[in-house]
Structure formats: C-alpha cells, structure tokens
Write a protein that binds this ligand. Structure first.
Ligand code: SF4
Length: 369
C-alpha cells in the first residue's frame, strides 16, 4: 500500500510538471482501486484542467442526422442488421432548425453526426454534396463551428467540408488493436480509418479520436491507444464506457464498472493536458455529468434539443424528450461544480490557436492557447 502510494505520488507530481506518462505509468494508474488514491488522480486531472482552461467548459450540441448505416459494428444499436433500432433520415430544414435551436440555447459547436448512411455513398457524389450543403447551411444559420462525424469518407469530401467551413472531423477507432478492431468493426478497414483522420488533419480540420472501454481491451491496450492518439496529435480525445445495446451480438455482455470511464478520462487529462476531453451525456445522461467533470473533462457533449425526434448514440433516448439533455440543465450542473460555460469567443479562439499550432508543428514553434 505504501509503495503504491509513493508510486502514485511520483507519477502525479511528474505529470503536473508536464512529464510524459510512460506505458507502465498508465497501466499502473488504470489499476487503482482504492477510493482515496483514485480521488488523488482526479484531483490532479482537475488541477491540470484548471491550469490550461481555468473554469471554462465548452458545450457541444448534438444532431444525429441519420440513423441508417452500411456497417455492422457489433457494439452499435444502429448497426445495419439490427431490426430493433429505429431508423430516420432527417431532412435539411429539420436539421437546420435543430441546429439553430441549439445555437440559441448557447452551445459553442454543432456536432453533426450520422451513421455511414448508404445515401451518402452513392456513386454520383450527390450524397456528399448534400452533406456539404448541409454544413454550409448550418454554418450560415448558427455562426457556430461545426464538427462532422459521417464515418470514413474520401479525402476530396473532407477537403470540400474543410473549405465549406467545417472545423472538426470526428471518427473513433474505439480500439487501436487491430484484432479487437476487426472483432468490433467487422469488414471495416483499420488502416483506412486511421489514415482518414491523418488526412483530415493535413487538410486543416481538427480531429477527435475516441476509444470504447469494456469491450475486451486490457490496460495495455488503452496505453497503446493513448500512444496512437499522441501520434495522431488528436485535438480532442474521448473515452466512453460500453453500453449493451438491444438487438446486437453484444446485448448480453456485462458493461464495465462505471468508474472505468472516469479513470481513463482522468489519465487522458494527464496525458493530453491542453486538449479537449468530453464528458458525454450519452452514457449516463445528466446524472453522470458531475462525476465526469470531476475526472478532468472540459467539454460537455451530446446536448440534444427535445421535441425534434432526435436520437443519441449509446443511449438513444435517455434524458432527451424530458429536456434533461439541454444546455439549461447542463448549466445548473456546471454552476454546482464552480465551473462556467466559455464564451463563444473563447471557444473560437481555442480553435484558432490549435489550428495555428498544427500549422506550426513542423517548425516546432510553440503556440500558447
Ligand atoms: S458505430 Fe457507426 S459505423 Fe458502426 S454501425 Fe454504428 S453508426 Fe455504423
């Protein structure tokens, strides 16, 4: 116990001095099961958030525009073969209206997500053109930065989206172990998924990378994911606990300990000190927000407007229609945690700084955000 305590204090103190965590450090931190020790890790994560972001929290509105998907990921409710999932494809006016409502409510970014909808991938390119037009319309209607999450798309489409004004491309590998990836995402190309993110970064889009925990990974696999995320120089990194989905091959799998996501998130804050780490409402709804913020997250994601018939991803209905996934509900939690929503200017300034840092990366010039 004493030895563990000493090792923990050494790792935390080195992290607070911005030393890089080793694989062994990460595995050690993920093995913590003593409440006092876990609280020390969370305190270090919060202290680093404060150092880089003060009391500011960024807020992301979420629009799941189409629940059709050509893929068959074993963990996903919206997998192609799940006959139990509800399918919809929202029309442009509905999406723009929802985005406008979200912007009016005070979110800093519109996250436009969809499955790999076959309608996107038709051979004449009209599907991608509609996506581009949608991004353009949302940008004009809201004035907010936009994150697009349409799955793996060709480089020329990414390039068009960047030109049109998308700021972010989110595409989660979920695991960076090829074997596990092949089990979770059958028939999909591990390398292509990674390369698309690298290319998106080269095209000037910020990128979000993510992992799913409780799907058969080891602590060593998570350390490996963190290493790959470093190599990607990801601007936002997320972890989410696996939620068993009805109608899928993993429906009966026992979900991980709820603390697992928080532990990994806090380790991510130590490993990616000046980057964005989301606290998603998509796993435990509003009830889980406080503990995610306590683990060092600095973005609240999956804010969904009620009354628009929109779904979440891991929790497709939790807290949505009763209005608990709104900005107003989130602000009350922030207040209780002595945190505050950033201004739009602060968020857009962070984006500008990150883009500048990426531009300067090759000449190794530092940019303070
Ligand atoms: S995780 Fe994404 S790509 Fe996989 S089935 Fe679900 S919506 Fe499709």
């Amino acid at each position: 116990m004493k030895q563990t305590q000493h090792k923990l204090e050494t790792i935390l103190s080195q992290a607070l001095q911005e030393d890089k965590l080793s694989t062994e450090d990460i595995i050690f931190l993920l093995s913590l099961d003593n409440a006092d020790q876990i609280n020390k890790l969370f305190a270090a994560a919060k202290s680093l958030r404060r150092k880089y972001f003060g009391d500011k929290i960024f807020l992301y509105g979420f629009i799941y525009a189409s629940t059709y998907c050509r893929n068959d990921c074993r963990f996903c409710y919206f997998r192609r073969s799940n006959t139990e999932s509800q399918r919809y494809r929202k029309a442009k006016p509905e999406i723009v209206t929802a985005a406008h409502r979200l912007a009016e409510s005070g979110v800093h970014l519109i996250d436009l997500t969809m499955g790999e909808d076959p309608a996107l991938y038709n051979s004449d390119g009209a599907g991608f053109e509609r996506l581009n037009d949608l991004v353009d319309s949302i940008r004009r209607a809201t004035g907010r930065p936009i994150m697009v999450s349409p799955g793996v798309i060709p480089d020329h489409v990414l390039s068009r989206l960047a030109e049109t004004g998308a700021s972010w491309y989110a595409c989660y590998q979920e695991t960076h172990r090829r074997n596990l990836f092949n089990q979770l995402r059958p028939g999909q190309d591990f390398d292509l998924r990674l390369e698309t993110k690298i290319n998106a970064h080269h095209l000037g889009l910020l990128i979000e990378e993510g992992l799913l925990c409780g799907v058969g990974e080891t602590a060593g696999d998570i350390a490996h994911s963190i290493d790959v995320m470093h190599q990607l120089d990801a601007d936002q990194v997320r972890v989410m606990n696996f939620v068993p989905q009805p109608g899928t091959p993993m429906a009966k799998r026992t979900p991980p300990d709820p603390r697992r996501e928080m532990l990994i998130s806090a380790v991510m804050r130590l490993a990616f000190q000046d980057r964005l780490i989301p606290a998603s409402l998509d796993v435990d709804g509003l009830a889980g927000l406080k503990r995610r913020l306590a683990a060092g997250a600095n973005v609240v994601t999956s804010i969904v407007p009620p009354g628009e018939g929109l779904a979440g991803v891991a929790q497709h209905s939790l807290d949505i229609e009763d209005g608990r996934r709104t900005n107003a509900s989130v602000l009350k939690v922030l207040d209780k945690c002595s945190l505050r929503p950033a201004t739009n200017e602060e968020y857009q300034n962070w984006i500008r700084c990150r883009r500048q840092a990426i531009t300067n990366r090759e000449s190794d010039r530092e940019v303070a955000c």
